[in-house]
Design a protein around this ligand. Structure first.
Ligand SMILES: Nc1ncnc2c1ncn2[C@@H]1O[C@H](COP(=O)(O)OP(=O)(O)OP(=O)(O)O)[C@@H](O)[C@H]1O
Ligand SMILES: [Mg+2]
Length: 236
């Protein structure tokens, strides 16, 4: 009898979602969290890294959006104080300024691989690849850079979260339309509006290579303690 190969999982730190993933993200996966503005992509990234820190794993957060102080403040608003972990070198937070595209790209290419290795990072979050993409001029360049980045983080062995914005006219597809094919996993954040004008946010695991996962769409809330998925809830 063949024994089923056990896949080692990395918890996202979002309870209901880890349940939907039957334990978490397969270790070493590069996965994307896609959603439109305000759906909680940055929150998700911080929650994911916070979980890593609680498990004593080294983490790297690369932000193309907010600067370090803003990120630390966002974390605090959820009750996650990253400051002591920064001082202990358990987490590194890097802001890459989109204004200086060439410097950012070369920094990513030349410094990041060595940095990940020396830091021994087990979790990486990059927020967001959509901004990174805007730095490339041609679609060929976009594609090459995205593949290069994915390969680099994949080779590092760290389980990596890349956030991505979705298209305005198709909230199930990333802006570049590439990352969902390249990534090992895709988690989609979206929202519904009911007749009563109430907005409900929802999450779905669209793809997660190598594991069986829930295909249900589940509601979630962003609370003072971060994202909470209501696995018992139903979407309207
Ligand atoms: N402390 C908090 N408690 C409850 N809800 C919060 C809190 N902080 C933020 N939110 C909610 O989370 C939303 C922002 O989440 P977040 O910044 O993670 O989204 P995002 O997808 O990264 O957005 P963007 O595309 O603008 O970067 C806010 O608009 C607000 O609704
Ligand atoms: Mg954000």
């Amino acid at each position: 009898m063949m024994e089923t190969e056990k896949v080692e999982k990395v918890k996202t730190g979002i309870d209901g979602l880890d349940e939907m993933l039957r334990g978490g993200i397969p270790k070493g996966h590069v996965f994307t969290v896609m959603g439109s503005f305000g759906t909680g992509k940055t929150t998700f990234s911080l929650q994911y890294l916070w979980e890593g820190l609680q498990e004593d794993q080294s983490c790297i957060f690369i932000s193309l959006e907010e600067d370090k102080d803003a990120i630390i403040q966002t974390g605090r608003s959820y009750g996650w104080d990253f400051q002591p972990y920064l001082e202990d070198n358990k987490i590194a937070m890097e802001r890459l300024a989109p204004a200086d595209a060439e410097a950012t790209i070369s920094k990513l290419k030349s410094d990041l691989p060595a940095f990940i290795r020396s830091f021994n990072a087990e979790r990486i979050a990059i927020d967001s690849v959509s901004l990174l993409n805007m730095m490339s001029n041609t679609s060929q360049e976009k594609r090459d850079r995205l593949f290069e980045l994915c390969k680099m983080v994949k080779d590092s062995g760290a389980t990596t979260l890349l956030t991505a914005e979705v298209k305005d006219d198709n909230p199930r597809s990333s802006r570049d339309g590439l990352i969902e094919y390249t990534a090992d996993g895709v988690i989609l954040l979206g929202y519904n509006q009911s007749n009563s004008q109430e907005v409900q946010m929802n999450v779905q695991v669209i793809k997660m290579r190598r594991i069986d996962h829930s295909r249900k769409i589940k509601p979630y809330e962003i609370t003072d303690n971060g994202i909470i998925v209501q696995t018992e809830g139903a979407v309207f």
